[in-house]
Design a protein around this ligand. Structure first.
Ligand code: GLC
Length: 730
């Protein structure tokens, strides 16, 4: 053993000499010199590799790793899920946990929660912490972020994803990627592309217009590549326009490489590869997770060698793939002795998780100003609901996190309150569902006994807080929910508790919209608490008792009923004969609700505060702009209340009388501003005039239509406070 390590280190010394101890750190020479140097060295390495060695680098040799080429000191790649925490170690050749005792990680708020903060700096902090933890676990690629658009409220993976809106999706995923990659770990933006449902996810064939693709489904991936400089991307399971994503020339070469200049690794989703020659020639680089008995039978193993030998795949194509892998290895300093060693479950990591959780929580309703609760006034609280005590870290399948700890809402409340406040817990409802092999055996029985116990406690307490929503039987990879209903008879529970105590607060813990229409108008306060990470319970208690002033905003629309949602209103979900036609086109999420004048229960961008804000003095840098110019929008924000807080200033654009279909409004920019009570700040939002373009299919290009655009400033998509007109001339 010692001998081989010694031999390997000698080889490594050679490799370092060969590569001129290349590192990502900024050398004195300019980047083009570095690139030229790197490419020369990569070429030199590739020239020494045999075909068999090259091909061995292009497929998994275990569930989550690839083979090294020790002869040349090329390390193997070690990959790990997931987007909101480094997954526990999995056995090399089976999906079972390896049973380690030192692989518990920090559980971060999931994608939708992170987006609900509308705070890119928290995305950066999350990425940095995840990168540190991935390195501490000796990982090279972390399989996140998931940025698929939330097209339907029922998608089981909505909780992992970031928004229904392409801009919010893009702005939040870029810093997350940069954070991970700043720690010598490659991020992996997924799932490329148009992977918006779990129903028949490995075979469904998606069709949509080029305009919807370019305006709605591509932007976050494009930002990940061009702004985030993401090192890897994961090909999705589904088909796209009749071709599996992992062998789609259009997706993997035309768009990704030729249009966007992607230089990293295209990794298949696990068991998402379906061919050797087509996948190799059309741009897949690394095959993972294929279900075969022997790794040599992978499409990119012996069959690929044969394909090269018989001329179906040119060796230059193989070389391109190996170069992409070596480039990522260099960018993550895998050949460097001083590569980031990472850190694990540090106080800073938990602080980051707390900061996200606290800013993610959305105050949806607070009519009687029941919140924040005053611990000096309150003498007793009835804490009700299975989600008051349920931990959500594990579950959801690939994004599951074996958390070092997860504070539940009940634990958070008990930490927040001292013993002179009586806390009475009642389960209220029972998780009677089971999820086995992605089959949900739900049963929606109302548990009268649990409800009566809850009612009794609510009647004797000053306030009642019901923690309900979903869990990972419903928020899960591998299946879509059957409907938007709250399971386990929660509607009945909420009504009965409200009758017993008018001071009832409902907290929803879910990663996806649920139907709240049966109680939303009666309950005085509603809070959305997400699947909110290791520190979620503490953050929730701090929001409920006013230590934190909520500043979260919904990253997706909460419909009154499922049929109000575009894919359901048009009866397009989950598609027919395994074909999903996105005929709602660009009208996804609030674009649909606003353009079709359908009032949601709570709108995209909605979120209240314990204080109040005033927007005033909006001004534009110029009233007329040409297509190449930038527009600056100044607006003054005042915290007119008595509590420090944060507001998200949102800028939407609208064009009347457009010659093409346009959404009623489209988010173009946003900024979160923190203000002490009584203070004022003027903020500036900047957009390029060309950001107002639409994608013109006839010319296959972006088109800026001349006209008078309304630039609308609000604190929610359904609460526009100011507006200014700008004329775009050609
Ligand atoms: C899964 C998921 C993907 C995950 C991968 C590895 O099926 O679709 O998001 O990263 O396989 O677990």
């Amino acid at each position: 053993m010692i001998k081989s390590i010694y031999r390997l280190s000698i080889i490594k010394v050679c490799i370092l000499v060969l590569l001129g101890s290349y590192s990502c750190q900024n050398n004195a020479t300019n980047s083009s010199t570095i690139d030229a140097g790197v490419n020369a060295k990569i070429d030199s390495l590739v020239s020494q590799l045999s075909l068999a060695e090259k091909v061995s680098m292009l497929h998994g040799n275990s569930k989550f790793s690839t083979a090294a080429v020790e002869r040349l000191g090329i390390p193997n790649l070690k990959l790990s899920d997931g987007p909101h925490g480094v997954r526990e170690e999995i056995l090399p050749h089976a999906w079972d946990p390896a049973g380690w005792t030192n692989d518990s990680s920090t559980y971060f708020p999931t994608g939708t929660a992170l987006s609900a903060t509308w705070n890119p700096s928290l995305a950066l902090a999350t990425g940095e912490a995840l990168g540190e933890q991935a390195r501490a676990r000796n990982k090279d690629i972390l399989l996140g972020p998931g940025v698929n658009i939330q097209r339907t409220p029922l998608c089981g993976r909505n909780f992992e994803y970031m928004s229904e809106d392409p801009l919010l999706n893009a702005v939040m995923c870029v810093p997350y990627i940069k954070g991970i990659q700043s720690k010598d770990v490659a991020a992996c933006v997924k799932h490329w592309a148009v992977n918006n449902q779990e129903t028949n996810r490995t075979t469904v064939d998606t069709y949509l217009s080029e305009r919807a693709l370019q305006e709605i489904y591509f932007p976050a991936f494009k930002a990940a590549v061009q702004e985030g400089e993401v090192y890897t991307i994961m090909g999705a399971y589904n088909k796209f326009r009749g071709v599996y994503c992992c062998e789609s020339k259009y997706l993997l070469r035309d768009v990704l490489r030729d249009d966007w200049g992607f230089e990293g690794i295209v990794i298949s989703d696990w068991d998402a590869t379906h061919s050797t020659v087509d996948a190799a020639n059309n741009g897949l680089d690394l095959e993972m997770g294929t279900v075969v008995d022997n790794y040599d039978d992978y499409y990119f193993a012996n069959p690929l060698i044969k394909a090269v030998e018989n001329g179906d795949v040119k060796e230059e194509i193989i070389d391109e793939k190996v170069k992409s892998i070596l480039r990522v290895m260099l960018k993550t300093n895998m050949f460097e002795a001083n590569r980031n060693a990472g850190s694990y479950n540090t106080p800073e990591h938990y602080q980051a998780a707390y900061n996200v959780a606290a800013e993610a929580i959305v105050l949806l309703k607070n009519d009687k100003a029941l919140l924040p609760l005053d611990k000096n006034q309150i003498k007793s609280i009835a804490v009700i609901g299975d989600n008051a005590t349920r931990k959500h870290c594990e579950g959801g399948f690939s994004s599951s996190v074996k958390a070092k700890y997860e504070i539940t809402p009940l634990e958070g409340l008990k930490k927040e309150l001292n013993e002179d406040v009586k806390v009475e817990f009642a389960q209220g409802y029972e998780k009677t569902s089971q999820l086995n092999n992605f089959v949900l055996s739900a049963n929606n029985t109302v548990n009268e006994k649990l409800i009566q116990e809850a009612v009794k406690k609510a009647a004797t307490c000053d306030v009642a807080i019901i923690f309900g929503g979903l869990n990972h039987d419903y928020d899960s990879e591998g299946l879509d929910r059957p409907d938007m209903k709250l399971p386990y008879g929660q509607d009945v529970l909420i009504q009965e508790v409200l009758k017993a105590n008018p001071n009832t607060i409902v907290v929803m813990h879910a990663g996806s919209p649920v139907d709240m229409s049966s109680f939303a108008n009666q309950v005085p306060s509603i809070v959305w608490g997400w699947l909110n990470g290791s520190e979620g319970g503490r953050a929730m208690a701090n929001v409920l008792f006013g230590k934190v002033n909520p500043s979260g905003k919904m990253p997706f629309t909460l419909p009154v009923k499922l049929d109000d949602s575009p894919a359901h209103h048009l009866n397009l979900f989950p598609g027919e004969n395994n074909i999903a036609k996105y005929e709602e086109d660009i009208l996804v999420g609030y674009r649909w609700f606003d353009t079709r004048n359908i009032k949601p229960l709570y709108a995209f961008g909605h979120g209240l505060s314990y204080t109040s804000f005033d927007f005033s003095d909006v001004s534009l840098s110029q009233k007329e702009v040409s297509s190449s110019e930038e527009i600056s929008i100044n607006v003054t924000v005042t915290n007119t209340g008595k509590t420090d807080g944060a507001e998200v200033v949102q800028l939407y654009s609208h064009l009347e009388d457009s010659k093409v279909l346009r959404s009623e409004k489209e988010l173009r920019a946003f900024k979160k501003v923190f203000l002490k009570a009584g203070t004022t700040k003027t903020i500036t939002l900047k957009i390029d005039a060309k950001d107002l373009s639409y994608f013109e299919e006839s010319t296959n290009s972006w088109k800026l239509e001349a006209g008078n655009y309304q630039l609308m400033i609000g604190n929610s998509s359904d609460n526009i406070l100011l507006s200014k007109e700008v004329s775009i001339n050609q």
